[in-house]
Design a protein around this ligand. Structure first.
Ligand SMILES: [Zn+2]
Length: 353
């Protein structure tokens, strides 16, 4: 059995797992991120979570092939540097190099949303797809795009920010400074704000009672009010789904993936969210006359997607020779003559046969 380490750096927790070649997490280590501390302090705790996960799996660092890290912010997979992270207040920190020093293993780095999307793609709801998009509706709207088995990062690795595409010109101000972003409307935060505003306009709605019980407006409030057949609750849910369908339709029109999965706390609503969403998207997409259309589903792995995806980042970074050596196939034959063509990607070469 081959093992890999996946580290998911979140705003709340540093979650690390030892992942086996079947994408099962066989050991875990977790500590609080405590944002606001120095890079060195957080790095020391990241290293500690790796030690905890290895101990939990009863393995040593020599037993793992490589380490992968998913980190919020702009991460450069080529240099292993976190160029900027607003959440962690990091500027140009050599995270991969520092972890390589600590464990003498190759370290792969990517953005946390990309890593989570890659996890869903390999082992979760998008398993078996060729092209997939994963959108997480949390505090923000995170997204990862997988094209032909590789994470798409654009030429500066900042690509795939579907959350910061505008769905309402001159709309609500977004955390990125732009107005009307998908994130401003469809994050859990956006939904809670929409609910609060509706409750202020309709003080007799059941939303007020629900908030008194829960103590706050959340992404759940409007859905719970709608279940009680409260008119304002129903109106907010409908409006939310309309905006969500807009952002998802835009994404499908651009990428036409096999699968588009949505994750995050809002998705706990299940079919109450998914069914009307699918209905709206089916009406709106450009390809509605096509025989094959994007399947929309809910993510399966929850928080583990970030760990599993991070652990497997080495696979996306080089799906050529590494994939072969890791997953057991014979190495590519050396060219006999200088003119002979060697397939760049062994998988696509096999598919052509
Ligand atoms: Zn934005």
């Amino acid at each position: 059995m081959k093992y890999y380490i996946g580290i998911d750096i979140g705003g709340t927790n540093l979650s690390t797992g030892v992942v086996d070649e079947n994408y099962e997490i066989v050991g875990r280590g977790k500590l609080k991120t405590e944002v606001g501390r120095s890079y060195e302090e957080i790095l020391a705790d990241i290293i500690e979570t790796v030690r905890l996960a290895l101990a939990d799996a009863k393995l040593d660092s020599e037993d793992v092939r490589w380490i992968g890290v998913g980190c919020p912010g702009f991460c450069n997979p080529e240099t292993g540097t976190v160029e900027y992270s607003n959440n962690l207040k990091w500027n140009n920190v050599p995270l991969a190099a520092d972890l390589e020093k600590a464990f003498e293993r190759k370290v792969y780095l990517d953005n946390d949303a990309n890593a989570a999307a890659y996890g869903e793609y390999l082992a979760g709801a998008a398993k078996g797809a060729k092209n997939a998009v994963v959108i997480t509706l949390g505090t923000g709207v995170g997204a990862g795009i997988i094209i032909n088995g590789k994470i798409f990062g654009g030429s500066n690795f900042a690509g795939g920010e579907i959350g910061h595409t505008v769905i309402v010109v001159d709309g609500y101000e977004c955390s990125c400074g732009r107005k009307g972003c998908f994130e401003a409307y469809c994050s859990a935060t956006g939904l809670a704000r929409m609910t609060r505003e509706a409750a202020e306009l309709h003080p007799k709605s059941k939303i007020k009672q629900l908030v008194e019980t829960d103590g706050r407006f959340s992404a759940r409030t409007a859905f719970n009010a709608a279940k009680l057949l409260d008119e304002t609750g129903i109106e907010v849910v409908e409006r939310y789904i309309k905006h969500l369908a807009c952002g998802i339709t835009n994404t499908i029109n651009v990428f036409q993936p096999d699968i588009l999965c949505i994750g995050g706390g809002v998705c706990n609503e299940g079919d109450a969210l998914l069914n009307p969403l699918k209905e709206q998207v089916a009406k709106d997409i450009f390809s509605r006359g096509s025989a094959k259309n994007t399947e929309i589903c809910i993510c399966k792995l929850g928080n583990d997607a970030g760990i599993i995806g991070a652990a497997m980042l080495g696979k996306s970074a080089d799906s050529g020779n590494i994939l072969k050596s890791v997953f057991g196939a014979k190495p590519a034959p050396a060219p006999k003559k200088p003119t002979e063509k060697v397939p760049e990607n062994p998988e696509s070469a096999q598919n052509k046969k």
